[in-house]
Design a protein around this ligand. Structure first.
Ligand code: GUN
Ligand code: FE
Length: 450
């Protein structure tokens, strides 16, 4: 026939697959076969009865099919929609101040150290390894204001095979730390240099993201330039919005001509369908409407919101407004680099809202599983490539072993996959994540090259 030749198959797995779809927060596919082609894409996913027919069509040997084994399952990789790679060095500390004081006291002085490339190399290697081990197959990173150091983060993500959006941070005003500042002109020029240099390296999974730190750190001039750069190059945008009430008031003072915090970003072309804004705890209904209309997404960072006493995002309300939403660790405002923690803190926050109002419709673990995988991919506009096990998407997946020796929880004979998934989400850790694949490449366990 005139059909195109089928892509060559690199791997075939047989066993249980768990993922989310538009229709089901959790879909469990038992005794299933999934084929990955040499480009890392999912070639087929079917019931295991089909394996003989599939092996003829695709030309793989049935003896090459890898059986996952009892209790093990594949799930889509976790998507961290907001993490400060540069703050990883002090994660787990310095959680005793509210946001604006926390930034000047701890964050800006630490970020100033990244002028040093050896320090950058050390921390960035460790954060990429740590997040990969914990199952983060896609990370949306803030780095620092330093272009060469931020390029190094892109290089390290590429080397270890992590899918990443990488942002050189832009900030030109209202910073008490004199040594960590740039002018609007320098920030714009360096952003252009960063984008050109990163794109030139043609990393298959690493993309630049335009990164104004947040409205209080940026002049209107800088915000306009960044909006223009993003628009002219069709780039992703990331920032923070309405994390604390104090910050919302400050933005009102700094931008008296804007109707709202969201309007500040909108006016500067920074609210687009490739934008992800962290926190959004204190948005009004009309701001949420702006998010829906522009297609901008929210990164929910519950550990950070609790740790810095910033607020509690009402996820149910965001979803009712049809705004895209993913989860983020927000290291180091959030003290855990693990997306499993982000899942747990999302559930905790939803339960705290239910304590305040017993009528509140608490999020289910199934819904939160979807937010951490498919929801994150949608929030980063990467759902054409990742987020679940759909034919044609890249194979980004975690092989979970709930019965790993000396693991963090126990499994009993009558428990089905759904129950075991719930235990893993609530009690599991990196010991249970025995293999990680990104675009079909196995990136955990690490190769000797490490
Ligand atoms: N707002 C502006 N910068 C930051 C940051 O580094 N962390 C958090 N959590 N909020 C911010
Ligand atoms: Fe943040």
């Amino acid at each position: 026939s005139a059909q195109e030749p089928l892509a060559e198959i690199a791997r075939v797995f047989r066993g249980t697959f768990v993922h989310s779809t538009q229709y089901a927060a959790v879909e469990i596919l038992e005794d299933t076969v999934l084929g990955v082609d040499i480009e890392g894409k999912i070639a087929f996913i079917a019931r295991a009865e089909e394996v003989a027919r599939l092996s003829e069509i695709w030309g793989f040997k049935i003896s090459d099919v890898k059986h996952l084994g009892k209790h093990r399952f594949f799930m889509p990789g976790l998507v961290d929609t907001h993490i400060h790679a540069s703050q990883y060095s002090y994660t787990g500390t310095a959680l005793d101040l509210p946001l604006l004081q926390w930034l000047n006291t701890y964050t800006f002085p630490v970020e100033a150290n990244y002028k040093d490339l050896d320090f950058s190399q050390d921390v960035y290697t460790k954060v990429v390894i740590r997040t990969l081990k914990n199952g983060t197959t896609t990370a949306c990173y803030f780095a620092t204001i330093y272009t060469d150091s931020t390029l190094l983060l892109g290089e390290i993500a590429d080397k270890f095979g992590q899918r990443a959006l990488v942002g050189k941070v832009c900030m030109d005003v209202n910073n008490a730390v004199q040594c960590y500042k740039e002018t609007a002109g320098d920030s714009t020029e360096e952003t252009n240099r960063f984008i050109r240099a990163l794109l030139k390296r043609k990393y298959p999974l690493v993309r630049p993201v335009v990164t104004p730190r947040f409205a209080p750190s940026c002049s209107a001039t800088l915000l306009s330039h960044l909006g223009e750069i993003a628009k002219n190059n069709d780039l992703h945008i990331q920032s923070h919005i309405s994390e604390t009430k104090e910050e919302v008031s400050l933005v009102q003072e700094l931008f008296p001509d804007s109707e709202s915090y969201a309007d500040v970003y909108l006016k500067h072309n920074l609210l687009t369908d490739k934008t992800v804004m962290a926190h959004a705890c204190h948005l009004t209904d009309s701001e949420l409407t702006l998010f829906r209309e522009t297609g901008a997404a929210i990164s929910h960072c519950p550990n950070s919101n609790i740790s810095l006493c910033s607020g509690m995002l009402d996820v149910r309300r965001v979803l009712r407004h049809n705004v895209k939403l993913g989860l983020g660790t927000d290291v180091a405002g959030g003290y855990s680099p693990s997306m499993l923690d982000a899942i747990r803190r999302t559930l905790d926050t939803s339960k705290a809202l239910t304590i305040q109002d017993p009528q509140y419709e608490t999020l289910t673990f199934e819904e939160v599983f979807r937010l951490a995988t498919l929801g994150g991919s949608q929030a980063l506009s990467l759902d054409d490539r990742t987020g679940n096990f759909q034919v044609g998407k890249d194979f980004d997946a975690l092989l979970v072993d709930p019965t790993v020796p000396d693991g963090p929880f126990d499994v009993f004979p009558k428990e089905d996959t759904k129950v075991i998934l719930e235990k893993f989400l609530n009690l599991g850790d990196d010991r249970n994540i025995v293999e990680v694949y990104i675009a079909g490449r196995r990136v955990v366990p690490f190769q000797e090259a490490m």
